[in-house]
Ligand binder design. Sequence first.
Ligand SMILES: Cc1cc2nc3c(=O)[nH]c(=O)nc-3n(C[C@H](O)[C@H](O)[C@H](O)COP(=O)(O)OP(=O)(O)OC[C@H]3O[C@@H](n4cnc5c(N)ncnc54)[C@H](O)[C@@H]3O)c2cc1C
Length: 490
Amino acid sequence: MNEAKIDEKEEIGKTQFTKDVEEFMPSPHVSTDIYEIEATSGDLSLLSKYHYKFKEEYRATHVIRPGNTEELSKLMQKCDEYSLPMTLRAAGTSCYSASTPTKGGVIIDFRRMNKVHNIDKEKMVVKCDAGISWQKLMEELLEYGLAPKCYPTSYRASCVSGFVATSGKVGVGVLKNGSMKDILRSIVFVKPDGSTETITRESQGDLSLDDVIGSFGIFGAVAEVEMEVTSLKTSLEMVGYSFHTFKMAIEFFRTLKNSDASKPLFLSLSDKHFEKYAHWTFPSRDYFVYAVYSDDPSATSQSVSFAKETASKLDGLSVEEWYLKEKWRDMADTELNVGRWCENLIFQEYMVSDGRIEDFYNFYTETSKEKYRHAFYMMSGAKGENRVKLFGLSNIKDSREFFGIKAVFNDITKNNYENGDSLYTLGVVNTFYFLKYNPEKAAALLAMKNKLDPKDLVNSYRLVKAKMRTWRMGLLFWIAKRLFKTMKTI
Ligand SMILES: Cc1cc2nc3c(=O)[nH]c(=O)nc-3n(C[C@H](O)[C@H](O)[C@H](O)COP(=O)(O)OP(=O)(O)OC[C@H]3O[C@@H](n4cnc5c(N)ncnc54)[C@H](O)[C@@H]3O)c2cc1C
């Protein structure tokens, strides 16, 4: 077949939608390739893989990568015209099917929208495309002696838009400099019908910046972001202490967190299982608190002295410096490393308030003790907030274990909501909890969703409508718990 014939054949195979989109976008970025669709349909939690692989109606037909706001706006307008569902996706690291398709249609991959538009060193503000990765943004800011005020520990891959849409409440810099809500100045937003709006802190339109933060993309797409940045600090030091008891470790964690004079850039508390799975080796005692300080040299050294004094009062054992340095260097990989120790990694992320951490931990140990391989990792957010990530390591050969661990996490989730806390990341698979425990908030979000997206085309089945039925999940977990119990008594 000659080249002209191949071109003609390819052209005939294309749908009218594809041809229309190629009128305003380069064709290599309008993909119907099944491998590209697969690559952008899953995430690290296993359920989305199951859904898109085996449920035909979930699978998208296109992956389209707009390069700028104009292309994005035209694309969303075209999807709206054809009534095609849209799934907004940045790096896909948020899990729980937050950025995977549920109704077919088009996956809009934001990673080509990765340019910095302006860096204002005087005002300490950056304007950039929303699909830029934190890593790339950091590299560009570095040239100006600046750095992001906050970012997730997944910064190597994850993008600015993903942190905005998942709430950006916990990560590096949040405790010291504020969360996404504090630092966002304005966004360029594309609504489901393709119309574009700039939303600032003063905007009086349908949506405020706060509505978009943590909205999991249900109202439309963040195209560009303007946010505050900070100056690059001249000194960075880490401290790490291990403790015999959770009580001592949490007291140390809380004292460092609440000290106004020396706020850590990053603060975590983990158990020895997490340290072992994430770093191959681990401190000698059961609990480990890790803090990173970054400031000018005198402020950093005062913070380190404060941590040292506090630790000595609580019988903390200092951990060797090489370990602390490696932990910082490998920050983006630690959570992923746990997955290397098993065939099926199960995890759930909880938002736990400062005052409830001990209760949460006690409930977790009661429900999990010796039943399965597990790990505990807690990262500080702003004052009062923490993200606890629980891991369950299961083996593919025994599905009773897999579902049994899921049932344990379900109990912990219910207990957490019943005591006034919540899950950290929702996405498709966790939305049924949100609907059950936050019905009023969900109803308000639904009213806004119906106004902005009456055809329910964008990021369906997050926050306002669930794929899973609560009673079905309850029954599944009930059976799973009993089977898991039998397995443990055999
Ligand atoms: C190793 C590891 C470490 C992590 N550490 C942290 C952490 O410190 N703090 C934390 O909060 N999370 C953390 N996470 C979770 C995750 O990385 C973050 O939520 C991250 O911000 C998601 O970014 P992403 O680019 O991968 O977004 P995605 O996962 O692609 O998307 C997240 C959500 O945003 C929506 N979305 C994406 N782009 C847009 C857009 N342009 N407009 C509107 N909606 C959009 C998606 O539809 C989806 O609902 C971690 C995950 C891993 C695997």
